[in-house]
Write a protein that binds this ligand. Sequence first.
Ligand code: NAP
Length: 483
Amino acid sequence: MIRSLLLKATSGYIDGKWCAADSERTQPVMNPATGETIAFVPIMGRVETNRAVAAASRTLATPAAIEQRSAWLFRLADLIALHRDELGRIITHEHGKPLAEAQAEADYAASFFRYYAGCVDQLKPQQLAERPRNHTWTVYSRPAGVAALITPWNFPLAMLAKKFSAALAADCCCVIKPSSKTPLSLIALFSLIEQIELPPGKANLVLGPAGEISDALCEHPAVRVISFTGSTSVGKKLVANTAPHLKRLALELGGNAPFIVFEDADVDHAVDQLMSNKFRGAGQTCVCANRVYVQQGIADTFAEKLIARVNTIKVGNGLEAGVTMGPLIDRKAFNKVQRHVADAISQGAVRVAGAVPSEPQPNEGCFFPPTVLRGVTAAMECVNDETFGPLAPLIEFQSEAEVIEAANRTEYGLAAYVFTASDERAARVISRLSFGHIGHNTGSGPTAEAPFGGMKHSGFGREGGFEGLHDFIETQTLSFFRL
Ligand code: NAP
């Protein structure tokens, strides 16, 4: 069992109090590197969710001043920074990623609270020009209402930080539901939230499998916003389930990122960027390269350099020193990567890095060797579906027009990367790519200051930047006539 000062309770948090499920039922949390049970958390359902929504609705009736919200956000950023090592340890225990990566996730989470603490001022009422005479206009940014925040397991702390920081800046009250695979990072966050003394009901944590909880959140009339990060299939279910209730949805969904390297690119730099982009979190990130397009003239050099680097990755338990890549989250994730590799090889691709994975044993982690395939073609599953694992499929291309067409041939539109020394070419290609986040000569992901989100089936809404506040704000316009 995991022990931590930040996990004195392993419970939900409703109306300012830690609480178990009414049924007292619990479910285990596993360490994916060892298969061990590290904690038990409550299985909550509709009753607890409705109680959390009621507490949030009540608190919504008492607005918090902008200065107060800014102070809460700064304080939470400071507390996360202070406890980044311990938060990282908890993330690694339940997700498996290497400790340094997990601690960087805590830093990243803190950056969102700090960013919104600094820009919440921009939500002050805006006066418009007097028009017609004696007629004044004021635009208010009101909180959109109770916000349900549903998050995935791949960044257990950061995905919530993006939403919660913006929601708190907008003065929403929140009901938060983490992935049932990784609830501990948010329980730890709530032990810090407790210290900033939010009003009871401002932030509530409900734990358990999605079913009853998400149904209650979709149906409850007081919930006005659902901000969801996760798979496209669940995102579509949320669209259907909330349609009768006309709720606002912000959807951060799956990706199928193309990573395009032209012949004039700096190959060493491109390989370097691909390494950190692709293998962070064992390839379980929405922004990581899913398809690597390399122009023919540099294909052999690029592959050689990439293989050499991939062979240096040390796979293991993220808590052990020197480990640079952890396990996959579970057997289902392992099977998917294995299926994509097998499908590609059966259609003529060649495995040029990565051993054949050994079958995971019960009570052991699901470790998949970082793998590079050459000779990958458009018909293969790994090109058309998000692998969400440590597989880099290399696809050769000849012309700019050909690679633009191939990159866009997907229903997803989250992240894309273009490596070229030519600014003209970059501008041309980028303007034709249908992806919300594009890296030019960089494989790095979003920051708190920059709006991030997807096009097409990767969702709608933006997180980060001033745009990240839009999902949590209702604009109210006052027209006033001076008698
Ligand atoms: P998931 O299976 O869709 O689960 C995400 C969250 O939704 C979890 O809390 C899950 O709860 C909950 N959920 C499951 N079924 C639900 C339903 N019917 N209604 C409402 N909520 C439901 O996704 P995941 O496997 O955790 O995450 C991986 C996916 O997230 C990938 O596709 C990745 O690309 C995407 N992602 C996108 C972004 C982005 O910014 N666009 C960022 C990170 C990840 P339970 O755990 O209890 O099932």
